[in-house]
Design a protein around this ligand. Structure first.
Ligand code: ATP
Ligand code: MG
Ligand code: FE
Length: 340
């Protein structure tokens, strides 16, 4: 069977085709960064309208890349949530309509399950059970994964998500939206140790996170000045070092307390090289193997939706007809494929 994946939860339109035998056979992405950049953040109404314009042309591109027609599509997976309601509704409406027109099953997929399964698309996929650090624009989750749909949340952010902290810090430093990758580039210019920010919540037991205090520390440091390039780079470096250290401490703790020996790093912030290196050294010291998606599949994409949906559609899962989204949807409500 070939599954069509449709991702429209935020500011990327992602489309992909995943086949049983050949795996990922086509994927396309349209990023709305240029649309939202001048507003300094995602404007939900503009996001929805742009998804409407992009989805069908990207599906056509994927089909022609794979040398297929719509007849080849055996199932459709779309992002049901979490995400922006209007943006999700576009994906849901198109998936439902196509499923009706092509007479094939449709399934709404959990966006964070798709992020955490993204490394399954790589040549050396992680083995279950694994520990997943999910760090994205809207989420910071440490999850014990026994199998698909078997998730135990060990820790999460009590305030800002990791990506949000990167984006807000970048904004404070005058970097354009979306700030995460720009902040990483600026941090490369900064000297290690010239400034130091707190490692939030690492001095007490547990696996939860908090990033809003770190943001305040950055704000105070920026106000103290001086307002020059060297100082901005030092702030970026000290912020990133604090985040990486915080995750390293909590991941080490989680590996030790669970005894799990595989670590997955996924979500947009997982593209950060300093974070990957920091966690690779922790894992190596603990005798754990690390798996990450390729850089393009850390941030939002259609391939991860096609894959997650394919696994569940193959187990016989499908939705009753109707447009249905879940802008808020706890990950641990999910069940293993076919159990729903
Ligand atoms: P969610 O998945 O929680 O719904 P989202 O889909 O908006 O949120 P992603 O697309 O997974 O999030 O990731 C986007 C986030 O990742 C942004 O906050 C962005 O700044 C951050 N990010 C991307 N690349 C990097 C990087 N190299 N370093 C740090 N942060 C990064
Ligand atoms: Mg995005
Ligand atoms: Fe995402």
């Amino acid at each position: 069977m070939i599954t069509l994946g449709i991702e429209t939860s935020c500011d990327e339109t992602g489309i992909a085709l995943y086949a049983d035998d050949a795996g990922l056979i086509a994927h396309r992405l349209h990023s709305q960064v240029a649309t939202h950049a001048r507003y300094g953040g995602v404007v939900p109404e503009l996001a929805s309208r742009d998804h409407i314009r992009r989805v069908l042309p990207l599906i056509r591109d994927c089909l022609s890349e794979a040398g297929l027609t719509t007849e080849a599509i055996g199932g459709i997976a779309y992002t049901r949530g979490p995400g922006l309601a209007g943006a999700l509704l576009v994906g849901s409406a198109i998936a439902e309509s196509l499923g009706w027109a092509l007479d094939c099953p449709v399934l709404g997929v959990h966006h964070m399950e798709a992020h955490l399964l993204a490394p399954m698309l790589e040549p050396d996929p992680p083995a279950f059970p694994f520990l997943a650090l999910l760090v994205s624009g809207g989420h910071t989750l440490l999850v014990q994964v026994a199998g698909i749909g078997r998730y135990r949340i060990l820790g999460e952010s009590l305030d800002d998500a990791a990506g949000e902290a990167f984006d807000k810090t970048a904004k404070l430093l005058g970097l354009p939206y979306p700030g995460g990758p720009q902040l990483e580039a600026l941090a490369r210019e900064g000297e290690a140790g010239s400034l130091r920010f707190p490692r939030p919540m690492t001095d007490r037991p547990g696996l939860d996170f908090s990033f809003s205090g770190l943001k305040t520390a950055v704000l105070n440091s920026v106000r103290e000045g001086p307002d020059d390039d060297a100082r901005r780079a030092a702030v970026a470096r000290a912020f990133q070092d604090a985040v990486v250290d915080t995750f390293a401490i909590k991941v080490r703790r989680a590996l030790r307390s669970t005894g799990v020996r595989h670590l997955v790093i996924a979500g947009g912030v997982g593209a950060n090289q300093a974070l990957r290196h920091g966690l690779e050294s922790v894992a190596a010291a603990e005798g754990a193997a690390v798996a990450c998606p390729r850089l393009a599949f850390c941030t939002d994409n259609g391939a991860m939706i096609a894959y997650a949906g394919h696994c569940r559609l193959m187990a016989g899962e499908r939705d009753a007809p109707g447009i249905d989204v879940r802008p808020r949807w706890p990950l641990d409500e999910l069940l293993p494929p076919g159990d729903a």
